[in-house]
Design a protein. Structure first.
Length: 426
């Protein structure tokens, strides 16, 4: 049976392994709580004040961009919000002259939603664009250390360790067991009350020396915000290990039907679907109308259109009156259909359809501060700093303990020399 010292060591070394990563994600996460607002502040020219009624559809914007820039092909077109630019994820086409991919120098294009005019081209997540790419770099640093897939896996494993360590840390706040008393001295009636009285101390930050204050900050801070920390740890697993650990765990507990479990990848990704972007938009609108009518929902506005070449599918998204998210970041009323035939393959609602999908959408919305308005965004910003504080105090406590052990070891090593010189006996 594992003893308390084992869990102390496990918590200590897990915390040390995660500390640097958690400091990075805590600092960047505090900024990303206001990601759309900061983007608008930094890039006001990306945003249109025109009436959304005159905006072009996602399919029309994608078609216009591909005709204007034949070296690229669109992967996804998003209509960001009522006052925001439309954006397209793009990739290079093959150069027929050389048989190699064209060099684009960018993978993200900002478009005027009313005219389709290009507002900006950037390589998302890179500082090569200077000030223009700052917030996307912060985002990439937050979820992948700006290292693409290696960073995604590193932070995914870190998130999994963090999730498990939340329970270890909670256990270590409980009062240590005292030596058992004899039957004659045991007092069962007051035992529970005494345990609760001792545990209450863990919730309080008491004045004292630097070590005492850091210890209380670390323990009490983790206790008061334990539920929020667990939600952010597990939602990080969802966002980085979505198709492995998270999916296995969720499907073991409830019905969960994300698109990556419903479709098998094609042997060769689709090069050119029979349905072009305009056709796909028309099919998506028709299927979405039938989908929401059956569910008793109302479509507020279209959100985006995406082509999954590896599955041979289009995915059409719309905002409805059952969304969880309260600002234009991600909406999950969607229909997926065959990119050649237009046949419906999967229709999903944000909540109330499959328990696993509902839980996942809530986790994403909570993590991205897309719910409960400004007060919750401020809380998420504050929580990022708490994660940094817990990491820093944890490292401080480890360093202090290590220094104390080193000094004690040094004194024990020097004692025989002092004893020989002075004749002092222990």
């Amino acid at each position: 049976m594992f003893t308390r010292p084992f869990w102390v060591r496990l918590h200590r070394w897990a915390g040390l392994a995660m500390a640097g990563f958690l400091i990075v994600v805590g600092l960047t996460g505090s900024l990303l709580a206001f990601y759309p607002e900061l983007e608008r502040l930094v890039h006001p020219h990306w945003y249109s004040e025109r009436d959304p009624a005159v905006w072009m559809g996602a399919g029309a914007l994608a078609e216009k961009l591909e005709r204007a820039e034949p070296r690229l092909r669109v992967q996804q077109l998003s209509l960001q919000g009522f006052d925001g630019a439309s954006s397209a994820w793009v990739e290079p086409r093959l150069d027929p002259a050389t048989g190699k991919l064209f060099e684009l120098g960018y993978d993200y294009v900002l478009l005027d939603p009313a005219t389709g005019a290009v507002l900006d081209r950037i390589r998302w997540g890179s500082l090569l664009n200077g000030w223009t790419g700052l917030m996307s770099f912060v985002y990439a640093l937050h979820y992948a250390l700006a290292l693409d897939m290696p960073g995604v896996w590193i932070l995914g494993i870190c998130a999994l360790v963090w999730t498990l360590d939340c329970f270890v840390g909670l256990y270590l706040t409980f009062p240590a067991r005292r030596p058992r008393k004899t039957q004659a001295h045991r007092q069962p009636a007051s035992g529970d009350a005494n345990w609760w009285a001792r545990w209450k101390r863990a919730w309080i930050i008491k004045p004292g020396n630097a070590h005492r204050v850091n210890f209380d900050l670390h323990r009490a801070g983790g206790l008061w915000l334990w539920a929020a920390l667990l939600i952010f740890a597990w939602s990080s697993v969802y966002m980085n290990l979505w198709d492995t650990v998270y999916t296995w765990t969720t499907r073991a507990l409830c019905e969960y039907r994300p698109y990556w479990t419903e479709f098998r990848p094609r042997p060769i990704p689709m090069e050119q679907p029979r349905l072009n972007w305009l056709d796909a938009q028309a099919v998506g609108e028709r299927l979405m109308a039938a989908h929401v009518a059956q569910a008793g929902l109302t479509v507020r506005r279209p959100v985006g259109l995406r082509l999954y070449r590896e599955f041979g599918l289009y995915q059409y998204q719309a905002e409805t009156d059952r969304e969880i998210d309260d600002r234009p970041r991600r909406y999950t009323t969607q229909v997926s259909f065959d990119a050649d035939t237009g046949a419906l393959r999967l229709a999903l609602l944000p909540r109330g359809q499959y328990a696993g999908n509902t839980i996942s959408n809530w986790l994403y919305a909570l993590h991205m501060a897309n719910v409960f308005g400004l007060p919750y965004r401020m809380f998420v910003c504050f929580l990022g700093w708490v994660v940094v504080m817990l990491s820093v105090t944890g490292v401080y406590l480890w360093a202090k303990k290590r220094r104390s052990k080193a000094m004690a070891h040094s004194r024990r090593a020097q004692f025989p020399i002092v004893q020989a010189a002075t004749g002092v006996r222990p």
